[in-house]
Design a protein around this ligand. Sequence first.
Ligand SMILES: C[S@@+](CC[C@H](N)C(=O)[O-])C[C@H]1O[C@@H](n2cnc3c(N)ncnc32)[C@H](O)[C@@H]1O
Length: 473
Amino acid sequence: MSFYPVFLNLQGRHAVVVGGGAIAEQKVVGLLEAGARVTVVSPELTWKLEDLAATGAIAVRRRAYQRGDLEGAFLTIAATDDRSANADVWAEAEQRGILLNAVDDLPHCSFIAPAIHRAGDIAVAVSTAGKSPALAVRLRERIRALIGRADAEFLDLLGELRPAVAARVPDQKVRTRLWYEIVDSDAVEYVRRGDVAGARRRIDELVARAASGDVAESPPRGMVYLVGAGPGDPGLVTVRGLEVLRTADVVVYDRLVHPALVERAAPWAERIFVGKRADGHSIDQEKTNDVLIALARQGRVVARLKGGDPFVFGRGAEEGEALHAAGVPFEVIPGVSSAIAAPGAVGIPVTHRRFASAFAVAAGHECEGESDLDWNALARIPTLVFLMGLRGLSHITARLLAHGARPDTPAAVIASATLPEERAVVGTLATIEALAREARLESPATLVVGEVVTVRERLGKLAAAHAEVLIEA
Ligand SMILES: C[S@@+](CC[C@H](N)C(=O)[O-])C[C@H]1O[C@@H](n2cnc3c(N)ncnc32)[C@H](O)[C@@H]1O
């Protein structure tokens, strides 16, 4: 079951809590903090509930629930361990259209209560759809470590400055960008150091620049950035790449770009997918070039996200050529290429002082049938990396063996490197194709051939702590 998350405004609204034990007490306290008017229905109450009743903070009906108790309520919590009582409360709540949470009794809930972390006015709610409240609590603890007092103070400062910023920067679009610039800036670091005045000064600088229309540091309009998105893990994009992504008007992205990275784009950014779709179709390169040119000509800043590095089998150069021919300014922001990162993720360096002082990267899909590659030369290069080579694995190994490579040359195939589903097989030129087939490795996968593959063992495989290496032969 999936739930729709909301934060309710309970100010002055009537809430009925059925039950008077420790859990009911906790719920009552939360409801009072949110400003609700609370009635408790229970023959017995905890000491704290008695105190609240004595001071008039809550109303009490000292008896078991009776039909009609929910009259006038906006929301109800049944904190009893009696399922049949919960069922009765549920029947009345449903009939009257009142929200009901029955503690630990999912079938009788029209809403569930998340685990909440609060820091000032920041509230983060964690829900596990009722499957594991304990996990929700543990996840909340992790969030607590990330969001604390400084963030709450920073929020207060932003709230306080909001009206003045709105007056100084009346253009809403400029102001929205400015707010992102402020929260992405180092202003919060001042607050963390206890220097709120410093944070004010920093924010003032950013506001003054936006107010004067000074766009010196904003990206020029009508510009395309060819951004390397890295091999898979969204954390492996460069700082510069992320900066551009956050401020771009449009993000144009491929299949190998992690969705979490696309999510890092500004909320106002348009997202255009140009990779292979589920039906196997993809937009052809010329069309993608046309899209980039058209967007830039509309004066928009485009982040063209490409898996790995844009200039390593990424057709980034073709896009650059088309942009240049159309007179559209562009900049290349290099990325971490899977050619190096995929072997590296499982502890295989592409060079090594003893084993390899050179490496070559080749396109594996060009090895089936006719091939322009100089296989004699390739077979003599100490480390070979083949991208897009999974389908052509038998052709690649056969060609290398036919051109003098030794059958016992170590080889590895790494699939979905740096992602949670990363898997690898390690063998030799003679065995690697069968191993990859047996393991049913899927694209994207990278083949690496050479003595460097053995370095993995010398590293005690520590470098590949998260890799599931399936077979070693
Ligand atoms: C079209 S090429 C793009 C290469 C990209 N520009 C780069 O620098 O990594 C796609 C190939 O890169 C390799 N690749 C990309 N991501 C990978 C990953 N996470 N794990 C292993 N190989 C990957 C695979 O060989 C895949 O077929």
